[in-house]
Ligand binder design. Structure first.
Ligand code: ITT
Length: 198
């Protein structure tokens, strides 16, 4: 079997690296971190797609090694909050626990609880030229309290549509099958497979 194609993943979120490599398991691809001191892109885009592109390009700029670069910009969009926290999901409050508390508080007194997760992926080459983009979503509702220990971020309060469980109650494999990230990444990997002949 040919050596795995290495793609540099522009992120500082270790949960994303883990999930992305789990999803990529059945492909001949491995995602690795940028070869640089720290990864601090200026995420000043106004959409998930723009921020994914900013991060992928920044990874290609700062990493000393690598041929291909990908980034994931993702977040939770709550209908009652007009799509918020959205692209600000990671910055909604200072810790994951506080972010969940703030969200539950914003929806208290039986507010409309429908929501979805979004994941935008962008792949570029070492010159920073965009090669391909994908987007995935998963619909659900915000629960009244935290449940489950798996996953990360808002998973303990995101009730997956048609399942009587939060994302954090699903196994890693179940989450990756239906998540925003799983959906977007499988499409991206199929594109990579065909176009890079791996
Ligand atoms: P990088 O920008 O370094 O990749 P980040 O965590 O700051 O890491 P984002 O700007 O894309 O990444 O924000 C994503 C946030 O959205 C993440 O920190 C979570 O709060 C939330 N989120 C995204 N995907 C999630 C998932 O699968 N489960 C739960 N929360 C998720």
């Amino acid at each position: 079997m040919a050596a795995k194609l290495k793609i540099v993943l522009g992120t500082s979120n270790s949960h994303k690296v883990h999930e992305i490599n789990e999803i990529a398991r059945e492909y001949n691809v491995e995602f690795i971190l940028p070869d640089c001191g720290g990864f601090n892109p200026d995420e000043n885009g106004s959409t998930f797609e723009e921020n994914a592109e900013i991060k992928a390009k920044e990874a290609s700029r700062v990493s000393k090694t690598g041929e291909y670069f990908m980034a994931d910009d993702s977040g939770l969009c709550v209908d009652y909050l007009n799509g918020g926290p959205g692209i600000h999901s990671a910055r909604y409050d200072t810790t994951p626990e506080k972010r969940i508390e703030k969200l539950l508080d914003a929806l208290k007194d039986d507010k409309k609880r429908t929501a979805h997760f979004v994941c935008a992926l962008c792949l570029c080459d070492k010159e920073g030229k965009v090669l391909h983009k994908e987007k995935g979503t998963v619909e659900g509702k915000i629960s009244y309290s935290k449940k489950g220990l798996n996953g990360f971020g808002y998973d303990p309060v995101f009730l997956v549509e048609d399942k009587n469980k939060t994302m954090a109650e699903l196994t890693e494999e179940e989450k990756n099958t239906l998540s925003h990230r799983g959906r977007a990444l499988k499409c991206m990997l199929e594109w990579v497979k065909v176009n890079f002949k791996i």
